[in-house]
Ligand binder design. Sequence first.
Ligand code: NAP
Length: 274
Amino acid sequence: MTGLAVLLGVPVTHSLSPALHNAAFREHGIPAAYVACDVPPDRLAEAVHGLDALGAMGANVTIPHKQAVQAHCAAIAPEAAVVGAVNTLVRGEAGWIGHNTDVAGFLTPLADHALDGAEVTVLGAGGAARAVVYGLLSAFSPSRITIASRRPEQADALAEAFAAHDTAGALAVAAMEDAPAADLVVNATPLGMTGREDHTPYPRADLGPGQTAYDLVYRPRETRFLREAAANGAQTIGGLPMLIGQAAAAFELWTGRPFPTETARRAALDAFAP
Ligand code: NAP
């Protein structure tokens, strides 16, 4: 019998997740298929219950369902509860368990970074920024994490939501145009993605050697934000390692097998090709 894993979101037509997971299933000889399905918000409940009836091993959940899907879970894993978003469904005895693997994905390319005592700026205060801020607070002890957003109330709400985890008092907020330079600057907005390549969330040239620009956007692989930071000598991290990191954590939850990262990375790069 062929196992089934599904991505629920809209639009998901151009998602790289099928390429990543199907390459990983093949590498392990697991007879399973991963398919991306456009699911409108008013059909989410049916889709989640349908997956159960079909015997799916699990699912990923993306925009716009990461909050709404929690209502259809039998339980929410602690990390997903803190972040307030579910991106992975794993079979439990009583129904779907909602997990958040974006936190692990975000931290994947930072494994070699020493961020204790560092200053960090997070651009944007949406769903991904929540995983970023929680990841930073749980894995490191930065001296400052400034959340910069175009709507002040959104950054305030994010800082408020994580106040209990901010034992060092590192969280601060700023308007987008006042985002301070930092050891690590993370773009958690869609600015710079394909279709908006000429945009940048950080139109300044004040990042340089010793500093890191990290863009969650993974299409294109090198955004204007990263290109400009690299031109000034800053280190850069694109969104692909995070995408692979969150896929790895989901795959391991579904199958109990190690994710073949290099195979998946090659599959993603092939899928990027025109
Ligand atoms: P989201 O919940 O919609 O949040 C987007 C944030 O960006 C919000 O704070 C939004 O502010 C802000 N923003 C949007 N357009 C802006 C603009 N023109 N100027 C200033 N701020 C703007 O989206 P998300 O889920 O957090 O995703 C954000 C980005 O991260 C997307 O590009 C997504 O593809 C990427 N991402 C990548 C990965 C990965 O694995 N690499 C994982 C998750 C997300 P408003 O609310 O005011 O619009």
